[in-house]
Design a protein around this ligand. Structure first.
Ligand code: NI
Length: 294
């Protein structure tokens, strides 16, 4: 049943894409998703990325028609924060998060932080992020990453918004900083969760959601699959992190929210659930995480 629905869903998206023929001609005869029963939410995307330069508008416009009802575009640099605001103004189904990624914290200074502190108060900005620590590369300096991570956590607490955490090869420091600053009172999501079950338990105990994306479809991603099986269903959110991290069978290609059904299908298989149930519950989770109904 789960597999059938997954195939149906993917087939439907393929049909929508091909019938839209968005690169060439008018789509007025295309079959739209008017009876799409289940809507998915992409909790983490980067449509400001230059890889979407050529088809951003057509892609974003079609998403609700193929069952991707809502997208949260996540800022990662000063420039992408500005682009994110513009996207939220242009598209009713696009919400935004503003923050500076650990890899870009060298851009931050007091003036820019003041701008960010004001910008997050705008309508349709639903989170502070993505913020965190990334020790995969030696740069930027780790102390600088920690300092701006802490400042942006405090900002989230001040404005009462959940936070989107990026943490790579920095599990313990991420956890320690979050604990020391009382992040359990603010809440949020550990996006693209890549640690094991033990760390998952610690972040879940703090009340955080876990973001799962294309990696869960990779054959060799044993750790992430274990987490997908372990985490309570009401604490998982789906994400693409597009244009990065395309799921199988598009691994290595540009990702978009159109590939979200592959992530849902992988989680349904791992947990032996119906894929429509995965879509329904994770959409509710995203709404709760970003407080979209309040
Ligand atoms: Ni991201």
């Amino acid at each position: 049943m789960a597999l059938l629905w997954g195939v149906f869903c993917i087939a439907r998206i393929c049909l929508a894409i091909s019938s839209l023929d968005w690169y060439n001609k008018d789509s007025k005869n295309s079959k739209r998703g008017e009876d799409m029963e289940y809507s998915m939410i992409d909790s983490h995307a980067h449509y400001d990325d230059e890889q979407f330069e050529k088809d951003r508008d057509k892609l974003l416009t079609i998403l609700p028609e193929v069952g991707i009802g809502l997208v949260v575009n996540v800022g990662a640099s000063m420039e992408s924060c500005k682009s994110t605001i513009a996207l939220t103004k242009k598209y009713p189904h696009v919400y935004g998060a503003l923050g500076v990624h650990p890899g870009s914290v060298e851009e931050l200074n007091e003036d820019r932080f003041v701008w960010l502190s004001q910008a997050v108060r705008q309508e349709k900005i639903v989170a502070v992020g993505e913020i965190g620590l990334d020790y995969y590369y030696d740069e930027p300096d780790r102390q600088l990453q920690k300092d701006w991570f802490a400042r942006q956590i405090s900002l989230a607490a001040d404005v009462g918004l959940p936070m989107i955490i990026h943490s790579r090869e920095a599990a313990q420091d991420t956890y320690d900083i979050m604990r020391s600053l009382g992040c359990e009172d603010v809440g949020g999501v550990i996006h693209c969760f890549s640690y094991g079950v033990e760390m998952a338990r610690k972040f879940l105990d703090m009340g955080f959601y876990l973001g799962l994306g294309g990696v869960v479809t990779f054959k060799n991603a044993r750790t992430v699959k274990e987490v997908a099986a372990y985490a309570p269903m009401d604490r998982i959110v789906l994400e693409t992190d597009c244009p990065y991290l395309s799921p199988v069978p598009y691994r290595g290609k540009r990702n978009s929210s159109l590939n979200l059904p592959y992530v849902a299908e992988a989680i349904a298989q791992i947990r032996d659930m119906d894929v429509e149930e995965v879509c329904r519950v994770t959409s509710e989770n995203v709404r709760a995480l970003y407080r979209l109904d309040s």
